[in-house]
Design a protein around this ligand. Structure first.
Ligand SMILES: C[S@@+](CC[C@H](N)C(=O)[O-])C[C@H]1O[C@@H](n2cnc3c(N)ncnc32)[C@H](O)[C@@H]1O
Ligand SMILES: [Zn+2]
Length: 355
């Protein structure tokens, strides 16, 4: 079957993965490659080669691309899709991306496996340890693990005790980020999320890497645990060893984590992405701009609260009314990219519920 996406045309084939629902993910990746001025791009799990082709054909800055896939069949399809687009500058590598990363370094590495990206973090860190800076992005589709439906697997793969409640979209992102930061820190590599998305069935996070022990220490200081009161829904970030009794209702709080507690987005990068997406006019532009603008608005320190859970047994306010009330009280408050009725605010549970 022939597929047109962005500026490329590819043929899909039986046994080689292509998911049309991930087009938005691929649009954002290609725009990010342009915004970041990437020269050497590595498509680590290439399948049909679509991301490799889009990176080089949609971005003048890209000089060379390695399209890596473990499957022989996928590599044959990538070669034929390169021919179909008459693309120059792409090298197809039929190997395990981990082996490739142990030997090569790139400006940007894209990691998009089936399920968990966890097995790739160590080799990613190894590859970046030879550079002063760079970027990479990771797609995770193992949301059952990160969102706490499979808590034991989360402990094994991400070293974190997850939430399995109404705020998992956010906590899943924060577990993934903290894990990557910890692994990169071994090599004095500081890793900052510049765009974090929890969309449909997947998480996607873009990271900036900088070699600096000082910056590493700074970001590691933002990896914290969370204490959550199941009774009154109060929550707070805590450090290991801190007490966990609820200040509001004196109940015992459950402790989860570790999580990244810093900002999930880089506002300046988001501004540039918005301008780039407006320029590119992809078919999903409306949805992409809505998502990026919402992420920009919600990029401040605050917790996420789901209104239905918080107001259980009371009259649940409309999101817009809850936000207006918080604004009039002087708090920051927005509805999030996760769900319209999940809000982010710097107000506490008590202040949100105040009559
Ligand atoms: C989810 S698909 C990638 C989809 C593709 N990035 C896209 O946007 O259409 C995962 C691909 O990774 C390949 N793969 C699995 N393990 C791998 C490994 N260790 N190294 C390289 N490729 C691998 C699979 O053969 C498969 O083609
Ligand atoms: Zn409480």
């Amino acid at each position: 079957m022939m597929i047109t996406e962005g500026s490329v045309r590819i043929a899909s084939a039986d046994g080689v993965f292509y998911n049309p629902k991930m087009e938005l993910n691929r649009d954002l990746l290609s725009a990010a490659v342009g915004v970041l001025g990437v020269k050497e791009f590595c498509d680590g799990h290439s399948a049909t080669g679509i991301k490799a082709l889009r990176a080089i054909l949609e971005n003048d800055c890209v000089e060379s691309v390695d399209a890596v896939d473990l499957s022989k069949r996928a590599c044959a399809i990538i070669e034929s899709n390169i021919g179909l687009n008459n693309a120059k500058g792409i090298t197809v590598i039929n190997d395990d991306i981990r082996r490739v990363l142990m030997e090569k370094k790139y400006d940007f590495v894209e990691i998009d496996p089936f399920g968990t990206p966890a097995p790739y973090f160590a080799s990613l860190a190894e590859s970046f340890s030879w550079r002063k800076s760079g970027h990479f992005s990771v797609t995770a589709t193992d949301t059952a693990v990160l969102c706490g439906a499979e808590a034991k697997a989360c402990k094994r793969m991400y070293g974190s005790v997850p939430f399995h409640n109404e705020i998992v979209h956010e906590s899943a992102l924060r577990i993934l980020i903290a894990r990557i930061q910890s692994i990169f820190a071994e090599k004095n590599l500081a890793v900052t999320p510049i765009l974090s998305i929890s969309h449909r069935h997947y998480l996607k996070v873009f990271f900036a890497v900088t070699k600096s022990a000082v910056l590493c220490d700074k970001s590691l200081a933002e990896i914290k645990f969370m204490a959550y009161c199941e009774k009154c829904k109060h929550r707070k970030y805590i450090k290991p060893g801190d007490g966990s009794t609820c200040e509001l209702c004196t109940s015992r709080m459950i402790v989860t984590g570790p999580f990244w507690s810093g900002l999930l987005q880089d506002s300046e990068f988001l501004e540039k992405m918005i301008a780039e997406i407006e320029k590119r006019q992809y078919k999903n532009m409306k949805e992409e701009l809505k998502l990026l603008n919402t992420l920009k608005d919600e990029n401040f320190d605050g917790f996420c609260f789901e209104l239905h859970t918080l107001f259980k047994g009371k009259t649940i306010p409309k999101t817009i009314d809850a936000l207006d009330r918080l604004h009039s009280m002087g708090f920051k408050a927005v509805s999030t990219s996760y769900k319209n009725w999940i809000i982010r605010t710097n107000a506490s549970v008590k202040e949100i519920l105040e009559e």
